[in-house]
Design a protein around this ligand. Sequence first.
Ligand code: NAI
Length: 468
Amino acid sequence: MAYDLIVIGSGPGGYVCAIKAAQLGLKVAVVEKRATYGGTCLNVGCIPSKALLHASETYSHAAHGMEALGIDGVKPTLNLPKMMAHKDATVKSNVDGVAFLFKKNKIDGIQGTGKVLGAGKVSVTSDKGEEQVLETKNIVIATGSDVAGIPGVSVDIDETIIVSSTGGIALEKVPGHLIVVGGGVIGLELGSVWARLGAKVTVVEYLDTILGGMDGDVSKQFQRMLAKQGMDFKLGAKVTGVEKAGSGAKVTFEPVKGGDATTIDADVVLIATGRKPYTEGLGLKEAGVALDNRGRVEIDNHFQTNVPGIYALGDVVRGPMLAHKAEDEGVAVAEILAGQAGHVNYDVIPGVVYTQPEVASVGKTEEELKAAGIAYKAGKFPFTANGRARAMLATDGFVKVLADKETDRVLGVHIVGFGAGEMIHEAAVLMEFGGSSEDLGRTCHAHPTMSEAVKEAALATFFKPIHM
Ligand code: NAI
């Protein structure tokens, strides 16, 4: 039987595309080589890491955050296998949820490794080596990304001593010393997990700042907060070697500006230096599908590759490697295939780092506006001046709103603080509708909430905040 659409890969981009296409009346199949649906995000990425981030934060709060609230005598003990079981159960309910939605939407899930044979033809090889060829009007490549490793350094990732994020969410015991190579999102999230559970954590980062690309104010203040929580940072440090030594490992790095190399010992090393598009074994070259110079599948504005009928989305194409960006692209591609106008607004894609406090951002940073020569005004409001934050002892952080100097249209919002990942969405909605800082500042916000700081930062942008 011929399909209207075969999606290769069932991560957030692929499975959402499949569901949306089925909802719009297309006959859809999804090819997935893992035993479960959901891709990296649901199986070994976003979802399990959030289970561990929440559990480790609760543990750390119970251990250190209670007395200040007048609750004495709480002395939690860590049951790591049980914490991991919570993580596994969270993953299971999510991947089972996708399987349920496939059934509900009459999507055929086909287990095996997909290969593009050309427009309209996909081969699937099962674990047992049996191959079948499926026919389809359209193909969507949604194969995601894989660990990039350290450019120019050969590293043997065994997922026990030298781990990627996959091994980093499955350690059997809390390492004495964890070295994190790369101060990006994965490094800081997983570094936080193990630091809260008792590990000494050292982050070695090439740039002079953590979270490169985030607003400068945010990354500076956030680094101070993480340092206060006990994380050690070696910035401007290029890792040139990671090797196993005894029961642990050694990491060698040298100053980016030049100078002597340093070697430090670790029990576990987490390699978190980015991810690369995953196109291995897909047969793209043979099928004539073009890649760009960074190995990403090249697409036009309608997500179509140079081969008509073959589309691609998510981590395997240009843009930020974020699950929600992939999901929105999945919806857009399904709509385009169903003859509708699918569209993604890349100017309004929030980014969240799920540490404690959280970091959240949408739109342009101050550095980007400066570089683009756009005249802007900035308003900032600290959580120290927010009543709810004081009541919860969650006064770390601030909200920053950036608006066009002439038109007052909001161009970027950056938040460091408890619940930032939830608060950012009012900014996203405002920006989606082209709202101004005055619109945001005049929108009634419930009192007392952390979100009032968003309103106050908006007030600070177009005139003056009240509570400062
Ligand atoms: P990343 O690109 O965020 O950070 C990698 C860091 O490693 C960079 O700061 C880079 O300067 C540094 N680095 C590279 N080579 C180095 C070297 N030789 N020595 C020292 N430092 C070096 O990549 P990350 O954290 O691995 O994440 C991968 C992808 O997954 C990202 O695109 C990220 O957005 C996504 N992700 C998103 C999450 C979220 O939204 N909460 C959570 C986890 C991952």
